[in-house]
Design a protein around this ligand. Structure first.
Ligand SMILES: [Zn+2]
Length: 453
């Protein structure tokens, strides 16, 4: 068996592993992610793939996030028509995430053309929304533990927490068993179940996103209650920029629980993001796949006001009483949150509460660093609002939690682990930690490495 590392090495994006078994007769991909972030990484999306899609017999996805699925429409555009296997919920989430990614790229290309930016006279998107919509016909969803056959290889997906539908892929071929951890969730996540421990393996590809950081042990409900009460006490509006899948559902659940326990006043909560509304409905479709019971899902959906249309979103500016708005995007780099920020940042009664990692260069990172002036839609907006950060809601296990997960597994001493899905410092710190605290042989995988097993 050969494994070629085509992404998710030295970075948390572009996860893509080419597997070749049965002396090259069977080739397939585990994950098919898009590179994101730095320009030199994003440019890899445009390079000719290091494999011939005509030889691919299938793609297996660990979960729906674009850094694991976002390259599928590009392969479809080039002619790939083989199956894409994933959990049912991953298919449902991809059906909102992939077309949205296509639309954003179309908009970006139009923006570059209008402003004559970039080196191309006619910038084109990596793929458009229509292609992303059409590639969904390739998806062949499966349940957890259901057998997937690709040529002479057998695979299955087992739950890994993280987000709805997320799993680790277990591959058996050429007399070997290989595990792909995917993104691994936390043991005590508010919404997702704990990741299932792994079976015995000959090789594990393990994520290392939080390889050099521990999650703070914070009571997030208490912190959220304080922020809500302070804001409403000033008569202000609480704005929460949020990612649509996972984070928005956790926030709705936390806020409604605080209201039920009478720790915060009952004020209207608006979910102003069509994508987060769709994602919430998908979570409600799979009540046995997370910790929210069917009753809790109904409670969540009934307690929140969904503003799907642009008109409903605009109407929020006429509300005179205190309220809470959850809107995308999570780092305030685009989306409806910007319209609300433009209007409410100059008001000292407002609080903007960030609820996730803020990448360098985004408005979120700037505001958290204390910037009192942010540019939105070409206009400088003075910021008099309170800026807060809700810690501890990460959907990734940190390196200590990953170590504990490995020790609960059936992995034998000496099992080979290749670290992927981490920035260089994170992956190296995690290597050192696992080497000192577990009996496994740990290495950090490199881009384009080929591992022979
Ligand atoms: Zn993920």
């Amino acid at each position: 068996m050969n494994i070629t590392f085509l992404g998710g090495t030295g970075t948390v994006t572009g996860s893509k592993f080419l597997i070749s078994v049965d002396e090259g007769k069977t080739q397939f991909l585990v994950d098919c992610g898009m590179f994101q972030g730095y320009k030199w990484l994003r440019e890899r999306n445009w390079e000719a793939p290091l494999f011939d899609y005509r030889h691919l017999k299938g793609i297996v996805l660990t979960h729906a996030h674009l850094d694991h699925s976002g390259y599928i429409p590009r392969l479809y555009q080039q002619g790939y028509r083989g199956p894409v296997y994933c959990h049912h919920a991953t298919r449902d989430l991809c059906s909102i995430l992939l077309p949205d990614a296509g639309h954003i790229q179309e908009e970006d290309a139009r923006f570059y053309q209008r402003h004559k930016l970039g080196k191309h006279a006619h910038p084109v998107p990596l793929y458009n929304g229509d292609t992303a919509e059409r590639c969904l016909e390739l998806f062949q969803p499966v349940a957890f533990d259901e057998k997937i056959r690709i040529g002479s290889a057998t695979l299955h997906i087992q739950p890994a927490g993280h987000i709805l539908g997320a799993g680790s892929v277990i591959l058996e071929a050429d007399g070997k068993r290989v595990g792909f951890s995917g993104d691994v969730g936390r043991p005590h996540d508010l919404i997702m179940h704990s990741p299932r421990p792994l079976p015995a393996l000959d090789l594990l590809l393990l994520e290392s996103t939080y390889g050099d950081r521990r999650h703070p042990q914070i009571d997030h409900a208490q912190q959220l209650a304080e922020v809500v009460n302070n804001t409403l006490g000033r008569g202000g509006v609480l704005l929460i920029p949020s990612f649509a899948v996972g984070r928005a559902q956790t926030l709705q659940f936390l806020l409604l629980n605080l209201m039920r326990e009478q720790r915060i006043p009952k004020v209207p909560i608006f979910l102003d993001s069509p994508m987060a509304i769709d994602a919430s409905e998908i979570y409600a479709r799979y009540p046995d796949q997370h910790r929210l019971s069917a009753a809790n899902c109904t409670f969540m959906c009934s307690g929140i006001r969904y503003t799907r249309s642009v008109d409903q979103s605009k109407a929020l500016e006429n509300i005179q009483y205190p309220h809470i708005i959850i809107a995308g995007s999570g780092m305030a780099s685009g989306g409806r949150i910007l319209h609300h920020m433009k209007r409410l940042l100059p008001d000292h009664r407002t609080t903007v509460l960030f609820a996730g990692y803020q990448a360098g260069g985004t408005r979120g990172a700037r505001l958290l660093a204390g910037s009192r002036n942010v540019k939105i839609h070409g206009e400088y907006i003075p910021c008099k609002a309170q800026i807060e950060m809700l810690e501890g809601l990460s959907a990734h296990a940190d390196y200590v939690e990953l170590g504990e997960w490995l020790l609960q597994s059936a992995l034998e001493a000496g099992t080979q682990i290749q670290l992927v899905h981490g920035e260089p410092d994170a992956a190296d710190c995690q290597r050192l930690y696992l080497q000192d605290n577990t009996p496994f042989q740990v290495r950090v995988a490199g881009y384009r490495d080929i591992l022979r097993l």
